[in-house]
Design a protein around this ligand. Structure first.
Ligand code: MD3
Ligand code: FE
Length: 213
């Protein structure tokens, strides 16, 4: 039934309970976001983490904010310093924080207060296998994700690794907010197809805003 009094804007696509895509939401900000990503990477360069199992991740990562996500033989952890360089993470740019807060509020999470922003960089072939994000202390806070550059096929499943998955194309400027019961869904990114994006060149970037502690 067409609901004339729905509070959802037409560009908001509910994905699952607690999860919503804000299509193209970050398009206007994208050039400034890209510039800020490159500035962060000048201080703390992207590199490929090693999983606790000893595999080199195909996604390259850096972080900004009070805490950054890291992975090495000791496991997954949020740390105040980049373990590679020993340097603190650059502060979260005000533009990043504002966008994350605005999107979370639009999706129904007015109290979101991120202290970490993981920045993923995908090159052609790079992928992220199905996983859950559960290294954060307070799983009641959502995760806000912002996709920039080349498109990618996002996979999201259920609460067990073997559950059926759905596929969603995430494109430049798309924002997804994951909260409530969706916070612990399995998700991943299929291998990136090669391409050339006017702003991001041969890469896809993804920002994920989190409350780590
Ligand atoms: C669903 N990043 O960094 S963003 C990650 O595109 C991660 O780089 C992917 O998964 C990327 O951990 C996917 C969409 C996303 C992010 C966090 C989620 C979906 C999520 C947390 C819970 C459920
Ligand atoms: Fe994830």
């Amino acid at each position: 039934m067409l609901d004339l009094f729905s509070e959802e804007a037409p560009w908001q696509e509910p994905l699952a309970d607690g999860a919503v895509i804000l299509r193209r939401r970050a398009r206007e900000e994208a050039p400034a976001l890209m510039a800020a990503i490159l500035a962060v990477a000048q201080q703390n360069p992207f590199y490929h983490r090693i999983t606790p199992g000893g595999h080199r991740m195909s996604v390259a990562m850096t972080n900004c904010g009070d805490f950054g996500w890291s992975s090495d033989s000791r496991g997954y952890q949020y740390t105040e310093q980049d373990r590679e360089s020993g340097r603190k993470w650059p502060p979260m740019p005000p533009l990043f924080r504002q966008l994350a807060l605005d999107c979370a509020r639009e999706a129904g999470f007015p109290h979101f207060n991120p202290d970490a922003c993981l920045i993923n960089r995908y090159e052609p072939g790079a992928k992220l296998s199905l996983h859950q994000d559960k290294d954060e202390k307070d799983l009641h806070q959502p995760i806000v994700s912002v996709s920039l550059g080349l498109p990618a096929v996002f996979q999201f499943g259920g609460f067990a690794r073997g559950d059926a998955t759905q596929r969603v194309l995430l494109e430049h400027g798309d924002v997804v907010v994951w909260g409530g019961p969706s916070r612990l869904r399995y998700h991943g990114i299929l291998p990136l197809k090669p391409g050339d994006h006017p702003l991001a060149g041969a890469f896809r970037y993804n920002l994920t805003f989190r409350r780590a502690f």
